[in-house]
Design a protein around this ligand. Structure first.
Ligand code: SAM
Length: 485
């Protein structure tokens, strides 16, 4: 039997089934142990440090106890601490991105995904480089600066060379004042060699959802194709980091397995990355299974309600305070609103989940034929930006960190140093100003310029504030763009 070892490079040792089961037993036993719960909450609270705040985070066992606790007063406390952590390290900024689907050719048999090989009624499509250009122009015209590219796994139709070509094309398009400055990549697990190539192509985060940490379920849900190999998939982030990619994004597809099991597995994965590579995941995504062509989400027994989903999000926030958290348009405006308060730091906006879903369609027209899943939040980017501002969040199109080499542990150090208000905050305001000037509706501009005026006052260092004001003026009065600290 495999022995739990977070430092091991073997999937069954760092995501250890026995350790997860033991964690769930421990959590169940202690879910009403209020003195222990108070101790855990105290550990999770952000503490004032010489510069900014520090946060201890929680182990997978501690966080699992909180997740198991059903006491409404404790849950309220968890939510409050989640919000405090979010504000301490990320402030009120929310980073915006959009997915770009390159190809839905896929040789896998994933039971929850409409791109599975046996689905014969979904049209298969792969963007040509000219079509990638058109999509990118459409995304730039919406105001996007940061993309997550998505593709099915198909070594013949979507080899790594194709993905690399697409990345080069995306970075090369500059339409009007538009610019894609960060390309995150969500493609199937691959080799160290290929991760090196992605790194050389200048990608931001490499994202790969585990789907489920439960090996038996994983094997059943991925019956055929290369993705069937649980160990290869689970060990992908180690290969990515070996290939030089500092920022990796984890995620579980909630609904496939019991959420408490997934939660413990996800945190063990984060602890493993920290133990082996000295840096935890850059982001964690929390997708839930959605309806899609040939897919009925109710066929999966483990769907979770909105309250449980909120609790999971908040508990993740407490456990890994420095990791960004992403919520996509799989969720409705209402759910997204609630989760923003509980630790989410990135959202997608104006998303299309079909191949070629942007170019040639107006904001309220969307093609469904090649779609990966139903999008619940169908608002335009302009509406999402205004909604964020009206609820007190600064929409940020900033991509400075990785372009300045602030990736991996260097990003974490910035997060901990209390310099966010002198760095990320002005960057958010300047990129928001670019968006307002170049793409926003009048109504959004009005809300946005007022917000910028107010938020400028929060920049502590006078010199930084003066430079920011100077750049904001340049953005408003000229076509000079892309200022950042
Ligand atoms: N093909 C790549 C891979 O194998 O990892 C990833 C790209 S896929 C387009 C992105 C993610 O969409 C998957 O990892 C999965 O979690 C999610 N997904 C698939 N089907 C879904 C569904 N019906 N509802 C919600 N999310 C889904």
């Amino acid at each position: 039997m495999a022995i739990y070892n977070p430092k091991s490079l073997k999937a069954e040792e760092f995501i250890n089934d026995e350790e997860i089961r033991e964690t769930l037993r421990y959590a169940e036993e202690n879910k009403n142990n209020l003195p222990l719960i108070e101790e855990i909450l105290e550990k999770a609270r952000p503490k004032k440090a010489e510069k900014g705040y520090v946060c201890a985070g929680l182990s997978h066992r501690e966080a699992s106890v909180l997740l198991a606790c059903e006491d409404p007063e404790v849950i309220e406390k968890i939510y409050k601490i989640a919000e405090e952590i979010k504000l301490a390290f990320y402030g009120n900024r929310i980073v915006i991105f959009a997915p770009l689907y390159l190809s839905n050719y896929c040789v896998n048999g994933c039971l929850y995904c409409p791109y599975h090989l046996k689905n014969k009624h979904i049209p298969r499509k792969k963007l040509t480089q000219e079509e990638v250009r058109e999509e990118v122009i459409a995304l730039q015209d919406m105001g996007h600066k940061r993309l997550a590219i998505e593709a099915g796994e198909d070594p013949v139709n979507n080899p790594i060379e194709y993905i690399l070509d697409c990345i080069h094309t995306i970075y090369s398009v500059h339409h009007k004042n538009g610019d894609i400055r960060r390309v995150n990549v969500n493609i199937a697990a691959t080799t160290v060699e290929n991760y090196k190539k992605l790194k050389e192509a200048g990608i931001g985060t490499y994202i790969l959802f585990q789907e489920t940490y439960h090996k038996e379920s994983y094997l059943r849900l991925h019956p055929t194709g290369p993705k069937h190999d649980y160990d290869y998939h689970t060990e992908a982030m180690d290969r990515a980091m070996e290939g030089g990619i500092d920022d990796v994004g984890l995620g579980v597809l909630f609904g496939l397995e019991l959420y408490k099991y997934e939660f413990a597995g996800l945190l063990m994965h984060a602890e493993h990355l920290e133990a082996v590579h000295g840096v935890g995941p850059h982001t964690i995504s929390v997708p839930r299974v959605k309806k899609a062509d040939d897919i009925d989400p109710t066929e999966f027994d483990n769907g979770i309600d909105d309250e449980t989903f909120a609790k999971i999000t908040a508990c993740i926030r407490l456990a890994v305070p420095y990791t960004g958290m992403i919520i996509s348009t799989r969720e409705t405006e209402q759910v997204r609103s609630k989760l923003l308060k509980l630790g989410i730091s990135q959202v997608s906006g104006g998303s299309r989940t079909s191949v070629g879903g942007y170019a040639g369609y107006s904001a309220d027209e969307r093609p469904h034929d090649t779609e990966q899943f139903d999008v619940s939040d169908q608002r335009s980017l302009d509406e999402v930006v205004r909604w964020l501002m009206e609820s007190g969040h600064i929409p940020s199109f900033c991509t400075a960190c990785y372009r300045e080499g602030r990736t991996g542990d260097r990003f974490m150090a910035l997060c901990k140093s209390g310099q966010i208000l002198n760095c990320c905050h002005p960057n958010a305001l300047m990129t928001l100003a670019e968006y307002l000037k170049d793409y926003a509706s009048e109504k959004t501009q009005e809300v946005g310029y007022k917000m910028i005026e107010e938020e400028l006052k929060k920049i502590p260092r006078e010199k930084t504030r003066e430079i920011t004001i100077e750049h904001l003026k340049d953005i408003k009065e000229s076509n000079k763009r892309d200022f950042y600290f």
